[in-house]
Ligand binder design. Structure first.
Ligand SMILES: [Fe+2]
Length: 245
C-alpha cells in the first residue's frame, strides 16, 4: 500500500469516527465492527492459537513430580540436559496491555534429539534425554511475567520448525493453546506446515528472537553433533509476550 493510500485511509477513518460519533453510542460493537465503523486498533492482537498436538504430557504437568520452570536440570544435583540452554520469558496480558497475574503458563517440548517424553512418541528412534525435564509450569507474578530456562528443542519427523508448546489459563478468560518458534531458524520455519498456516503478522507474534544468532548457530550445530554445551555461559534469552482475548 502506498503512503498516500495509507494517509487517505487514515483520513477516512477519522472522518468516519467523527461522522459516527453519535452512532457509536447507539449501536453494539459487533454491529459497528461488521459495518467497518468501529476499529479496535488500540487493542493488542491476540496471540494466535496453535493446535495442542499429540504430546501434551501424561499425567498432566501439574501432576508431574518435576514441573518447575527450570527444564535444563530436573532437580538440584542432577545432570544437565543436552542442548543449547535458553531463557524464554515474557508477560501474559490482556488486549489492553494490562498484565494478568495468577495465570498458569505450561510448556512442553522435545529434548535436543527431537523426542517427546510421551507414550505416543515411543517409536521415535531418537534417544530420550533423561536429564531433560520435558515440561514446566509457571504462575505469573503481579506484573504478569513468567520465565522458563530450557533448551532449543530438537527437530522431529513431521515438523521442520523447532517449537515449544504453550498452554495458558488465566482466571476468567478462555484457555489459549499455542506454540512459539525461533527466528534463528527462519528457513526451517518457512517449510513448516503449522507455521505456514499463520498469516505473516501472526507469525511475528509467535516468533521469539533470541539474542546473538551467530552464537546460537554454533551451539545448535554442536548440540546436534552430540557435544555438550558449556553450562557456565549465560543462556541467550528471548521474549514471548502472550495476549489473551
Ligand atoms: Fe511439537
Amino acid at each position: 500500500m502506498r503512503t498516500d493510500d495509507l494517509q487517505s485511509k487514515h483520513g477516512r477513518r477519522h472522518f468516519l469516527r467523527f461522522l459516527t460519533g453519535g452512532l457509536t453510542l447507539a449501536l453494539p460493537g459487533w454491529a459497528l465492527a461488521r459495518n467497518g465503523l468501529w476499529m479496535p486498533d488500540e487493542e493488542l492482537p491476540i496471540t494466535p492459537t496453535q493446535i495442542e498436538g499429540p504430546f501434551y504430557p501424561q499425567p498432566s504437568i501439574d501432576q508431574q513430580l518435576f514441573n518447575d520452570t527450570d527444564l535444563v536440570q530436573r532437580a538440584a544435583g542432577h545432570e544437565f540436559a543436552k542442548g543449547e540452554q535458553i531463557i524464554v520469558n515474557g508477560v501474559v496480558k490482556n488486549r489492553k496491555g494490562q498484565p494478568l497475574p495468577g495465570s498458569v503458563v505450561e510448556i512442553w517440548q522435545a529434548c535436543a534429539t527431537g523426542r517427546y517424553h510421551h507414550p505416543r512418541d515411543e517409536n521415535n528412534p531418537a534417544l530420550l534425554d533423561n536429564n531433560f525435564q520435558f515440561w514446566g509450569r509457571a504462575i505469573t507474578g503481579e506484573d504478569g511475567s513468567y520465565s522458563f530456562k530450557s533448551i532449543i528443542p530438537g527437530m522431529y519427523t513431521g515438523r521442520t520448525a523447532r517449537h515449544i508448546h504453550f498452554r495458558i489459563d488465566s482466571p476468567g478468560l478462555k484457555r489459549l493453546t499455542t506454540q512459539c518458534y525461533f527466528s534463528d531458524f527462519g528457513e526451517d520455519n518457512a517449510r513448516d506446515g503449522l507455521y505456514r498456516s499463520l498469516q505473516p503478522n501472526e507469525r511475528k507474534l509467535v516468533t521469539v528472537e533470541l539474542d546473538s544468532a551467530e552464537a546460537a548457530k554454533l551451539n545448535t550445530d554442536a548440540a546436534t553433533q552430540g557435544q555438550t554445551i558449556e553450562q557456565d555461559r549465560t543462556p541467550r534469552s528471548g521474549k514471548f509476550d502472550i495476549v489473551l482475548g
